[in-house]
Design a protein around this ligand. Structure first.
Ligand SMILES: *[C@@H]1O[C@H](CO)[C@@H](O)[C@H](O)[C@H]1NC(C)=O
Ligand SMILES: *[C@@H]1O[C@H](CO)[C@@H](O)[C@H](O)[C@H]1NC(C)=O
Ligand SMILES: *[C@@H]1O[C@H](CO)[C@@H](O)[C@H](O)[C@H]1NC(C)=O
Ligand SMILES: *[C@@H]1O[C@H](CO)[C@@H](O)[C@H](O)[C@H]1NC(C)=O
Length: 184
């Protein structure tokens, strides 16, 4: 009698998950090729209206008096889309925290994950930890790591404001991301 034992490895995020799979991945690391992947998307940060995607969660008692809103902290779950229009196709989300961290110019500490939700990157994440002086033309932020397809990734995210409503604070920001990661 033939007996087939099928071990189904949970495979999401484009790679096998679980402690054994991660160990196997590390064993292959010395022979792995590095590759560069680029992303271009638009980040929609909506503070007002019926469905805000970023909310203020804390501030200090001097934040309101500060010209840069120093001490204000927000939590975001912002859609990332192919084009700049609000109804453009969503490819992922930016989930995390930004806080006003500069007393002299408008600049945010960005601490977030890009979570991809489509195609071969579905479920994989890239982690950003950087400084975002929001009124500069280009803001460069380090990609410090990742998960799934992007295990041990490093890279650079460049942000450029596409649209900004000075009254509401709502913004659409164009992101170009270049990431170095392993092909395993
Ligand atoms: C802010 O809070 C601190 C600590 O409670 C207090 O010492 C300070 O006077 C407060 N400042 C303002 C502007 O209310
Ligand atoms: C998005 O909205 C614009 C008008 O605001 C419309 O012309 C376009 O067809 C819409 N696109 C999609 C994919 O729904
Ligand atoms: C992405 O992955 C989730 C969870 O594994 C799944 O429910 C969803 O259908 C996937 N989406 C696409 C577009 O592949
Ligand atoms: C900017 O925001 C204000 C306040 O929410 C709103 O009344 C106005 O329509 C917005 N402008 C644009 C161009 O969306």
């Amino acid at each position: 009698m033939l007996c087939f034992i099928v071990i189904v490895m949970p495979k999401t995020q484009g790679v096998e998950l679980g402690p054994k799979a991660v160990e196997k991945w590390f064993k292959k690391l010395p022979y792995a090729k590095q590759k560069v992947t680029k992303f271009h998307f638009y980040f929609h940060d909506t503070l007002t209206g019926k469905n805000p995607t970023a909310v203020t969660i804390a501030q200090s008692n001097m934040t309101a008096k500060s010209p840069t809103f120093f001490g204000s902290v927000s939590m975001m779950d912002d859609p990332l889309t192919v084009g700049p229009e609000p109804n453009s196709t969503i490819i992922g989300r930016a989930q995390g925290i930004y806080g006003s961290a500069d007393q002299n110019e408008a600049s945010l500490l960005m601490n977030l994950n890009f979570v991809f939700t489509t195609g071969k990157y579905n479920g994989s994440t890239l982690s950003v930890l950087g400084r975002n002086p929001v009124f500069h033309q280009y803001r460069e932020m380090p990609i410090t790591g990742g998960s799934g397809v992007f295990r041990l990734a490093r890279g650079i995210a460049t942000a450029k404001t596409y649209w900004f409503n000075t009254t509401s604070g709502d913004a659409v920001v164009e992101y170009n991301v270049v990431v170095l990661h392993y092909d395993i």
